[in-house]
Design a protein around this ligand. Structure first.
Ligand SMILES: Cc1ncc(COP(=O)(O)O)c(C=O)c1O
Length: 497
């Protein structure tokens, strides 16, 4: 890779290998279960690993490999494994590290599916987990470590509370305990933060979300930073450090050095468990990645504007967006997320669940969906859906109140989004029988937030906040000053504050 190339260049060109057969500019979709051997000797060599050509798509496919190279570059990782979903990525990463009797220390604020994976599925295999309630409390991470602890796990931007992770702080505690930090970077994407640069060792993604953006197919990825030294405490990682017959009696660390984990995860875990994505889905994912930075710029700008606007609504008791100065995670967002604190966050309505349901039923542009990171804006009521399996006490401990609404803000024109949210507030007011006059309809649509002078009267707070608080300092706007209206409008949330 040319180290000088910027993120956007790399998301379009990174890892591209010319098609020597036809010169196709866009790599082909190799929908083939298997690959021909020229002769028996080649078949033997491919099975022995001395010829690195393809054999069978579960073990490797050129389309999938193309996407793996690109994501590894974007994440500043050494190597990536593409799989069929985010849950498959977490499973492959955990099974590549853990065995019966091992223990994980995890942030409590993680995706419910991953929590279930750790507690139920891995739990049945004899793997235990302890959760750190406040991930900012580094002493709590250290206190949870046991002799059998083999991994720390957390998300860079958890949902729905937007409670940004102190990546370096947690990585340092993990490394002092001699274990790797695995992070889920789904909601940040490498455009907002590259966890490996801050000390994380393994990065997983649900590529179904922002990396794809189009919401047309699932995907997942495991990225290895390639820095963790598995030989420092070799007895902790016998599957990596002891002789393996498939490697001719060498160990994974003998053969691959610091790449031992990802080689094992690919050749021993993924190849056996079989979470291989269809090459067609890999192609769709790559199409999404090529516009990642452009979409995320718009996502974070829209989200900050919406969050700012929401904070001014009398029916709202709190807005959980780390780009806001009111957020207890604002300093962490400034440190780790200078381009913005993502676009998945929550706000809480004073009217509890009835108000939240009325709100969600009234919006028309926001889709009622359990999905995130789509170009379309999405809304969900966690207490009665994703977190319904938790007790009220557990939800309260996590700050998931009955009136909390989760938003995944898309790339639509922000004026249209605010107008749609206003429909939700009108329904909340009607439910409560309050007599607050609806704000006037916008005079214009589309560029309201981007152009403070022509902004609609009904989003003045957001305009002031974005235009006033973040004007000059944004890396994005500085990099692309005139040409991109969005960058001028929305520079970046946290970085400017
Ligand atoms: C942060 C996070 N990680 C992982 C997943 C699981 O991803 P997938 O649905 O692709 O399996 C999700 C799904 O919502 C998620 O939000």
């Amino acid at each position: 890779m040319d180290e000088q190339r910027g993120f956007t260049t790399e998301q379009v060109h990174g890892g591209f290998l010319p098609d020597t057969a036809h010169g196709a500019r866009v790599p082909a979709i190799h929908m083939s279960s298997g690959f021909l051997f020229e002769d028996a000797a080649q078949a033997r060599d491919r099975f022995a690993g001395t010829d690195d050509g393809y054999t069978y798509t579960r073990l490797g496919n050129p389309t999938n490999a193309d996407v793996e190279r690109r994501i590894a570059l974007l994440e500043h990782g050494a190597e990536a494994i593409l799989v069929g979903s985010g849950q498959a990525a977490a499973t492959v990463a955990f099974l590549g590290l853990l065995g019966a009797g091992d223990h994980v220390v995890s942030a409590a604020s993680i995706y419910e599916g991953t929590r279930g994976l750790l507690l139920q599925n891995l739990g049945r295999l004899g793997i235990t987990v302890d959760f750190v309630t406040d991930a900012r409390d580094l002493d709590a991470w250290a206190a949870a470590v046991r002799p059998e602890t083999k991994a720390f796990f957390a998300e860079t931007i958890p949902n729905p509370k937007n409670d940004v992770l102190d990546i370096t702080g947690v990585a340092e505690v993990a490394h002092r305990a001699g274990v790797p930090l695995v992070v889920d970077n789904t909601l940040a994407t490498p455009y907002l933060v590259r966890p490996v640069d801050h000390g994380a060792d393994v990065v997983v993604h649900s590529a179904s979300k922002f990396l794809s953006g189009h919401g047309a197919g699932l995907g997942g990825v495991v990225v290895d930073g390639g820095r963790f030294d598995w030989t420092t405490n070799p007895e902790r990682w016998p599957h990596l450090t002891q002789a393996d017959r498939a490697l001719g009696g060498a160990s994974h660390t003998d053969r691959y050095g610091r790449g031992a984990f990802i080689a094992y995860a690919r050749d021993v875990v993924a190849a056996r468990v079989g979470p291989t994505p269809s090459p067609f889905n890999a192609f769709l994912l790559r199409q999404g990645i090529e516009t990642l930075s452009l979409r995320v710029e718009r996502h974070v700008a829209n989200a900050l504007a919406v969050a700012t606007w929401l904070e001014a609504q009398p029916e709202v008791t709190s807005v959980d967006h780390a780009g806001l100065a009111s957020s207890p995670y604002h300093d962490l967002a400034r440190r780790y997320l200078p381009r913005g604190a993502g676009s998945v966050f929550a706000f809480t309505l004073a009217g509890g669940e009835p108000a939240a349901h009325a709100f969600i039923d009234a919006v028309e542009l926001f889709s009622r969906m359990t999905h995130l990171g789509d170009v379309r804006s999405l809304a969900l009521h966690p207490a009665s859906t994703t977190h319904a399996g938790r007790t009220p006490e557990e939800r309260a401990a996590q700050g998931i109140d009955d009136g909390l609404v989760r938003l995944s803000v898309g790339i639509e024109d922000v004026a249209d989004l605010v107008r749609d949210l206003e429909r939700g507030f009108a329904a909340v007011r009607e439910l409560a029988g309050t007599d607050r006059e609806a704000r006037p309809a916008p005079a214009t649509t589309g560029t309201a937030l981007g152009l403070p002078t022509s902004a609609s009267a009904w989003v003045p707070e957001a305009v002031e906040a974005v235009a006033g608080a973040v004007p000059a300092a944004l890396p994005v706007s500085a990099a692309v000053p005139a040409a991109v209206p969005v960058s001028g409008a929305v520079p970046t949330a946290a970085g400017a504050r």
